[in-house]
Write a protein that binds this ligand. Sequence first.
Ligand SMILES: Cc1cc2nc3c(=O)[nH]c(=O)nc-3n(C[C@H](O)[C@H](O)[C@H](O)COP(=O)(O)OP(=O)(O)OC[C@H]3O[C@@H](n4cnc5c(N)ncnc54)[C@H](O)[C@@H]3O)c2cc1C
Length: 307
Amino acid sequence: MLRRLLLYLSQAGWARRWVTGWGTARAFARRFVAGETLDDALTATHALNRKGLLVSLDFLGESVHEAKDTELVVSTYRGLIQRIANEEAQASISLKLTHLGLDIGEDLCMANLRHILGDAKAHAIPVTIDMESSEYTERTLRIYRTLRDEYDFSNVGTVIQAYLRRTPDDMRELAAEGAHIRLCKGAYLEPETVALPIKADVDQQYVDVMDAYLKTPGSAYLCIATHDERIIQHAEALLQRDTQLIQRSEFQMLYGIRAARQDALAAAGYPVRVYVPFGDAWYPYFMRRLAERPANLWFFVKNFFGG
Ligand SMILES: Cc1cc2nc3c(=O)[nH]c(=O)nc-3n(C[C@H](O)[C@H](O)[C@H](O)COP(=O)(O)OP(=O)(O)OC[C@H]3O[C@@H](n4cnc5c(N)ncnc54)[C@H](O)[C@@H]3O)c2cc1C
């Protein structure tokens, strides 16, 4: 119930104006966001790299409705790629299709993507297309496959959400294609017709599709994106039973969440990548993080009323 309310608020313009106008919210969001500038993003990346952690950098933003606004997004990502290459940072990038104009048109979005992916490929930097709400699932998978197969971008991957009812079928097909997939639980407000409503069922589906994906022979690569200790331990046991799988997988977690566990997994020899968001459009990302964990919300509310 609380999760659904927070996810509703993450999309509400009036709530965004109210929360972002408040300095304490900005300060609290910094727990999950590296900062607003490219310098902030690279500083966080180098600090994580020094600890043996890989990074995926996300320039925050989504739901862009003016074509000219996507120009800044493209130029920021191109600048980011240049900085990653020049500074030899161990970082990939993550992006959202609605940030690059998918709501305006698929052609514009595709043209923007090709600029970014071209630069990234020239520097051997991997790019992951984040998955947004289910309204975009079909188009995201189509665009991902077009970039991979028709434009030959071997550096592109995408995301699958374990809560979607369609996920076992998608994962089966993507494994057979040798896709580079990040598996997460899913962070959006979805109807029961589309997504499993019970958390225990989502967790079970995550484990089931992860196991099947990793057991598929071939080159498919899986990013195990979760903070769920039970799933992490299950994955570790799987990787220990078949250490070849360590070459075909990595753990991923979000910046500011379970940092000690990130370090411990890296120390145990697993590749671990931290998803590091930056930029000033932090509101929806921040609200999704509050929705995931009520304790975050209580801390936030206490500060709000405490002054
Ligand atoms: C690298 C990465 C990329 C992602 N990309 C996408 C994407 O493209 N599309 C998408 O829909 N979702 C994405 N997500 C978010 C994901 O779908 C989940 O909403 C989020 O990861 C929480 O689920 P969980 O697997 O950690 O499990 P949960 O069951 O939610 O959490 C397990 C435990 O992790 C800790 N935890 C989880 N969330 C938080 C939090 N916010 N604050 C503090 N502790 C927390 C708590 O200890 C909790 O008990 C991504 C997640 C990661 C890690």
